[in-house]
Design a protein around this ligand. Structure first.
Ligand code: AMP
Length: 428
């Protein structure tokens, strides 16, 4: 990032400490993973959901999976009034397995933070000042940053002495050139309200880009990639020589591809129209475009597996939803092909990208002239490993690379801790 913040961590944990706790705090949930960065092993993972819901029926649920795997999975219910109580429950479950937060083996906590604005282009050690800056970004990320901030505050209260690092979803996209990041709207208005394209899912795009380069046997600086993160949220990015040069999400994660419940690109005038003609409030339109659109709005289902089943049964609405989803995807592949000029690989990741052979096949169908095709046999293989699904000697590779945002957050967090140990916590 710019400014004079620490880019390396002060050495607060002993040199033998290699564990990183990754926290992803949502408004009513906390997802966590404990990783050992000596070898990348996952020691435990879990989820607390429905935080803040009262006693009785809608009480919180916690699922904790120790590294022994699903067999050792533990669940507990009961009210969890706030994030502090949620983290306390996480700490108890970890302590139960001898992995408590007070362990000297814990080197740092890495927090997922959705919006880092233009200021944070790299993982950053959290200080009071950094936290204040993340708070200043709340107006551009009102749905996401407040929950991340709560998670950070709670974790800092629990272990004030421990290095805590913020890893931003937007960071990977800060390399976008101004002509890709700026909307063509009045410059003064845009700047006054920090309206520009920030991009999201950056942690995944960064992780997948590096792994895809590895799969191609090249350094990240040697390859141009179109990365398609297709989960419940979905985004595409154009990556030139390891750096993002364009991405489909914008000021918020609403722009771009068709998603599970979000519309992606629409004419902004749809909003005025609904306001003026349908009498909908701004909040109504917000809910419509973010929660009641995309695949769910088109056919009532947001799970691609269910949509696939319905298509096989001849369901026309599911077919149309699939076709709209794929058409948008294809338009972005074409656009980013043009942006990059030369493409080494189109890379599919996240729930749909990793698992849906029909989506991958349909997204590149008819693009043979661009050197793009899938091999039906390879595309049908199910695997957790990064793999090529294009025919041998294809001009442009088509790859499937499973994403792992928690591992990426842990790696970025631990890299700061390690740099701090080497340099004693230099200021940048
Ligand atoms: P994510 O947000 O990355 O966890 O992705 C979640 C989405 O992945 C779900 O909503 C499904 O649409 C999709 N998904 C998961 N498994 C499959 C599968 N086997 N086939 C097709 N889509 C899948």
């Amino acid at each position: 990032m710019t400014g004079s913040h620490r880019t390396t961590a002060p050495a607060t944990a002993p040199a033998t400490a290699t564990r990183v706790l990754v926290l992803n705090s949502g408004s009513s949930s906390v997802k966590y993973q404990l990783l050992d960065m000596a070898d990348g092993t996952r020691l435990a993972s879990g989820l607390v959901e429905r935080i803040g819901e009262g006693a009785g029926e809608g009480t919180a649920r916690m699922v904790h999976t120790p590294h022994a795997g699903e067999a050792g999975r533990r669940e507990r219910g009961g009210p969890v009034p706030d994030h502090a109580a949620a983290l306390k429950a996480v700490a108890e479950e970890l302590a139960h397995d001898g992995l408590g937060l007070d362990s000297p083996a814990l080197a740092a906590i890495g927090h997922r933070v959705v919006h880092g604005g233009m200021r944070f282009s790299a993982p950053t050690v959290i200080t009071d000042e950094v936290l204040a800056e993340i708070e200043r970004l709340v107006p551009v990320a009102p749905l996401h940053n407040p929950a991340n901030i709560t998670g950070i505050r709670t974790a800092r209260a629990l272990r004030p002495d421990l290095t805590q690092v913020a890893v931003f979803d937007t960071a990977f996209h800060t390399t976008m050139p101004e002509y890709a990041a700026r909307y063509a709207i009045d410059v003064e208005t845009a700047d006054a309200h920090r309206i520009r394209r920030y991009g999201f899912h950056g942690t995944s795009h960064a992780f997948v880009s590096r792994r895809a380069a590895e799969l191609l046997g090249k350094a990240p600086e040697e390859v141009n990639l179109i990365v398609l993160h297709l989960g419940n949220g979905a985004s595409a990015s154009a990556v030139r020589a390891g750096r993002c040069v364009d991405t489909s999400m914008g000021l918020t994660p609403l722009e771009g591809l068709v998603m599970g419940t979000r519309s992606g690109d629409v004419d902004p005038a749809v909003t005025f129209h609904l306001r003026r003609v349908a009498g909908m409030s701004v909040d109504d339109v917000d809910v419509l475009l973010n929660k009641r659109s995309g695949l769910v709005g088109l056919c009532g289902d947001n799970d691609m597996r269910e949509i696939g089943r319905r298509i096989e049964e001849g369901d026309e609405r599911a077919r149309l939803a699939f076709d709209i989803y794929v058409h948008r995807l294809k338009k972005y592949i074409g656009a980013y092909y043009a942006v990059l000029g030369r493409v080494d690989a189109v890379v599919f990741t996240a729930g749909v990208g990793e698992n849906s052979a029909p989506v991958r096949e349909a997204a590149v169908a008819g693009l043979e002239e661009l050197g793009l095709a899938v091999d039906a046999g390879l595309n049908a293989v199910r695997s957790d490993a990064p793999r090529l699904v294009s025919p041998a000697r294809a001009r442009v590779a088509v790859a499937v690379v499973p994403t792992d945002e928690e591992l990426e957050i842990a790696e970025q967090t631990f890299a700061l801790v390690a740099a701090g140990r080497r340099g004693g916590g230099r200021e940048s």
